[in-house]
Design a binder for this molecule. Structure first.
Ligand code: 4AD
Ligand code: MG
Length: 433
């Protein structure tokens, strides 16, 4: 923003009281009667009311103020006054008002259907609620990066177009790749495992794609995936890192963005409770507990939305569920030598029914074990030759995890649905706008 124009947030912080300023932005709402027009202007940093008096501005300026629509773009000059009655406690007494673009009547009014708001998402993103959510998302992502950089991690760039799946064939998006076929990546993990031989602590933050057939409040077809991978880490160190990361982000949000949290409906005090360590429960114990709660599940079943809901709805902190049966997990997870038949993995389930936000594991690092697991899973060795190579040349024990950014945002902001955590949600019945 050019210096010439004041930021509305600075006006609301009292930095310009009694001074003449220029602002520019969009009309949030407007009303006029007789010789006075009230135009509330939004510039992305806040909203401020402008009082445009007929006898204080030119005839043209007063006419412009009277005809401005919601979302017309405008410039206003005037003196900043403290005024308890105005929203935010300040008002601009206008000396000039001009329309940059009058535009047309804005199509979004109050009480519109969810489908309509998704059809006009490109405009609805200007709403106060979505603005607050997108700003919160930005802070959450910044704090995640800050956490990893302060722990001496390096960020790497994974490929998005790949030749093979990481999480099974069922949800892969095929694409035409010149005269060949390829896929949009489900997870950059296998490449993150390459990077630890370049530098031992790495993370990637990139989109992942899943052709999810189900319509749920927590599945997207395209989501942002944070995937740290650490050489020399076992699963215990992996889980410790995860809980410290979650604590860091929640504490920062509670401390520095209470206003944003309140605006979207999350009590900052809820997040102040999020401190490591988190409870740990084996998959086997989770199944027993679910049975006791009356759910129809057997050992070996997946924990779906209902099961995760039952496990977490009364909690106020996340919980790790670990040691899942080997057969139901991904081929690269290392079997627990002390608990044969289960793997050294864990999902981190967020409280209040939000459910899985992280999936992580210790990786198989010995060549023979990996080849055996790939055979059991009927994976084509030629598709994964490069990945197998990592076990041929100086393999080391290592672990890592995948965090769904939108899942984390949904929980931290306590949203009902994942679609509002991302500007343009991609789900089974929507890729427009
Ligand atoms: O549990 P997932 O499938 O694990 C992996 O992809 C591993 N390769 C990660 C790793 O170890 N590097 O996915 C990881 C996380 C989930 O816990 C969830 O937060 C998110 O990705 N996720 C989704 N988020 C939104 N929509 C979907 N369809 C998602 N599928 C997974
Ligand atoms: Mg998972």
């Amino acid at each position: 923003m050019a210096d010439k124009y004041a930021k509305i947030s600075d006006i609301l912080a009292g930095k310009f009281t009694g001074k003449a300023v220029m602002i520019r932005g969009w009309v949030h709402r407007a009303r006029s009667s007789g010789g006075l027009a009230f135009v509330v202007v939004r510039d992305g940093t806040g909203v401020v009311q402008c009082a445009v008096k007929k006898d204080a501005v030119s005839a043209k300026a007063f006419e412009d103020a009277g005809k401005a629509y919601v979302e017309s773009s405008v410039k206003v000059e005037g003196e900043v006054k403290e005024d308890k009655r105005a929203p935010g406690g300040y008002e601009l007494a206008a000396s000039d008002f001009s329309l940059v673009s009058l535009g047309e009547a804005f199509p979004i009014a109050k009480d519109q259907s969810t489908e309509f708001l998704l059809d006009t998402r490109h405009l609805w993103l200007r709403s106060q609620r979505l603005t607050a959510i997108m700003q919160s998302r930005d802070y959450i992502v910044r704090y995640l990066r800050e956490f990893f950089f302060s722990h001496e991690f390096m960020e790497f760039a994974p490929p998005i177009i790949t030749k093979a799946g990481c999480e099974g064939g069922a949800t892969l998006f095929p694409i035409k790749y010149f005269d060949d076929e390829a896929y949009l990546t489900q997870s950059g993990q296998l490449y993150a495992e390459v990077f630890i031989y370049t530098y031992p602590l790495v993370f990637i933050l990139a989109p992942s794609f899943r052709m999810e057939p189900s319509r749920t409040v927590r599945h997207l077809a395209e989501y942002w995936h944070l995937e740290p991978e650490m050489a020399w880490y076992d699963q215990k160190m992996n889980m410790k890192l995860q809980e410290e990361m979650i604590e860091f982000v929640c504490q920062k949000m509670a401390k520095e963005h209470a206003d944003l949290l309140e605006l979207v409906g999350r009590k900052p005090d809820d997040l102040k409770k999020i401190k490591a360590p988190f409870d740990r429960m084996t998959y086997t114990d989770a199944i027993d507990l679910l049975k006791k709660k009356g759910l129809k599940v057997e050992w070996g079943d997946n924990l779906g939305v209902d099961e995760e809901n039952a496990l977490t709805k009364e909690l106020d902190k996340p919980i790790f569920v670990h040691n899942y049966p080997k057969e139901m997990r991904s081929f690269y997870m290392r079997e627990d030598p002390e608990n044969k038949g289960t793997v050294l993995d864990a999902d981190l389930l967020a409280p209040e029914g939000h459910g899985e936000v992280i999936g992580g594991s210790e990786r198989i690092w010995e060549l023979d074990e990996l080849l055996k697991r790939m055979k059991e899973e009927k994976l084509k060795e030629k598709d994964y030759q490069w990945y197998v190579d990592l076990r041929r040349y100086g393999s080391v024990p290592h672990s890592g995890f995948g965090l769904g950014i939108e899942r984390l945002v949904k929980w931290v902001l306590n949203l009902d649905h994942i679609r509002d955590t991302i500007p343009f949600p991609r789900v089974i019945n929507r890729v427009y706008p």
